[in-house]
Design a protein around this ligand. Structure first.
Ligand SMILES: Cc1cc2nc3c(=O)[nH]c(=O)nc-3n(C[C@H](O)[C@H](O)[C@H](O)COP(=O)(O)OP(=O)(O)OC[C@H]3O[C@@H](n4cnc5c(N)ncnc54)[C@H](O)[C@@H]3O)c2cc1C
Length: 387
């Protein structure tokens, strides 16, 4: 590694020169978040300029190897980059399930050809991915999944249904769990497959959330033909890949506990709270919990990057981060009074609070429910008898 202080100075100079002013404020809504893809929707030229600039250095995935489109940075350099971005409030240049979920799984389980093919596309934001795990009869009990994948000699044939597939209607490709052996015990007959959502036989139907948004879909596969080389890892051992990826998904979701730049609710609602000592005490407690979560999160990420994290640690972080985010939005609603319930006005202004509050109800479901995370913590971290 280069000397940390020179790396910090160079990084600071580069960010100052390349991060457009519009990208130095927090994302306010979905349109401020750049997801890339074959048909990317850029809100303004600055969004594209920022994504391309970061991708050109491999800094959309700073700690991935350079051969796979990454920045080749050490854990310490990656941390410095994050600190320098936070210093100027630089926005995440690319939101991507490819980066947060599929990429780490490919780095561990993909063949060399798969890594060289898929990872640079992910790093450059060229392909938008969705996650085909849950099915109508397989959520918490994911290993019960029934999507059928048959070996037809020169291709795989996939039939079945997924549900709650986030952004399936916008995604270019899917990473999908399929059953390749119906006779084996349920965890041992699953494989991990990648395919193009534009393949004949793939269709999606959006599902409306209580918040009024529709970020996910039912996804149907009818005789979808998939090239043989798009299976990741070993046939019938996809459960290992699935579990590893879930750890990264839970780590990503836990980030919502940080609350963006970690603004203090007490500071945000200071004046409103003057006459309400009970609410003031609740908000003070929340701010302390948020600081504790931030410290725990930093320690966890440091341990993860050097391979010293307990494998079940993402469950702890996911549980804590999502419950904290739900608590934040309960307090925002309480402090906002009846005007926070406003629903019909522009979603990016007043109508936002109530919709965001309702959206957080899903935080402790997506990526595995809080009850399931507590079960994992009891069994694998606390090693409680009978858990
Ligand atoms: C916003 C959102 C986005 C999502 N995005 C995706 C996606 O992109 N791709 C994807 O594949 N899936 C996605 N999901 C699905 C998500 O992973 C599942 O909803 C989740 O795993 C729970 O499964 P389920 O809905 O079938 O509920 P169930 O498994 O039917 O659970 C129902 C209730 O029973 C409880 N329960 C079940 N088992 C246990 C147990 N062993 N111990 C204690 N309690 C238990 C649960 O905690 C829950 O309260 C998303 C979900 C949401 C809400």
């Amino acid at each position: 590694m280069t000397d940390p202080e020179s790396f910090r100075a160079e990084t600071r100079t580069w960010l100052e020169a390349n991060c457009p002013a519009e990208m130095r404020e927090p994302a306010r809504d979905e349109s401020d978040m750049c997801w890339g893809g074959r048909n990317p929707a850029f809100k303004n030229p600055a969004q594209k300029q920022w994504m391309d600039a970061m991708a050109s250095r491999g800094w959309t995935v700073p700690d991935w190897p350079k051969d796979y489109g990454g920045g080749g940075l050490s854990p310490a350099e990656t941390k410095i980059l994050g600190q320098e971005m936070a210093r100027i409030n630089a926005r995440n240049p690319l939101y991507s399930f490819g980066i947060s979920m599929l990429g780490p799984a490919l780095l561990k389980y993909g063949s060399e050809e798969q890594k060289l093919h898929y990872l640079p596309q992910i790093a450059r934001g060229e392909i938008r991915w969705c996650q085909g795990y849950s099915e109508p009869g397989a959520g918490s009990d994911l290993a019960s999944l029934q999507t059928k994948c048959e070996d037809k000699g020169d291709h795989w044939l996939v039939n079945g249904q997924k549900v709650w597939t986030s952004y399936a209607d916008k995604a270019d490709w899917i990473f999908c769990l399929v059953r390749t052996d119906f006779q084996a015990p349920k965890h041992q007959g699953i494989s991990f497959l990648l395919f193009d959502m534009a393949s004949p036989g793939v269709s999606t139907r959006p599902i409306l959330l209580i918040s009024g948004y529709s970020p996910f879909c039912e996804t149907f596969f009818d005789d979808v033909q998939v090239p043989k080389d798009q299976l990741v890892g070993t046939l019938n051992r996809g459960w290992d890949v699935a579990k590893y990826l879930l750890g990264h998904e839970r780590e990503m979701i836990s980030g919502m506990g940080l609350g963006g730049q970690g603004e203090s609710l007490g500071a945000a609602f200071g004046e409103v709270l003057a006459d309400d000592p009970l609410l003031r005490a609740d908000i003070a407690r929340f701010d302390v919990d948020q600081l504790a979560f931030r410290a725990m999160s930093e320690k966890f990420i440091d341990e993860l990057k050097v391979g010293r994290a307990h494998p079940a640690q993402p469950s702890m972080m996911k549980y804590a981060g999502t419950e904290l985010n739900k608590a934040r939005h309960e307090l925002v609603m309480a402090a906002g009074g009846s005007s926070a319930l406003e629903w019909e006005s522009d979603r990016s202004a007043n109508g936002k609070k109530a919709r965001e509050w309702l959206r957080t109800k899903a935080n402790s479901i997506e990526g595995g429910t809080s009850e399931v995370q507590l079960g994992i913590i009891a069994k694998r971290i606390l090693e409680l008898p009978g858990a």
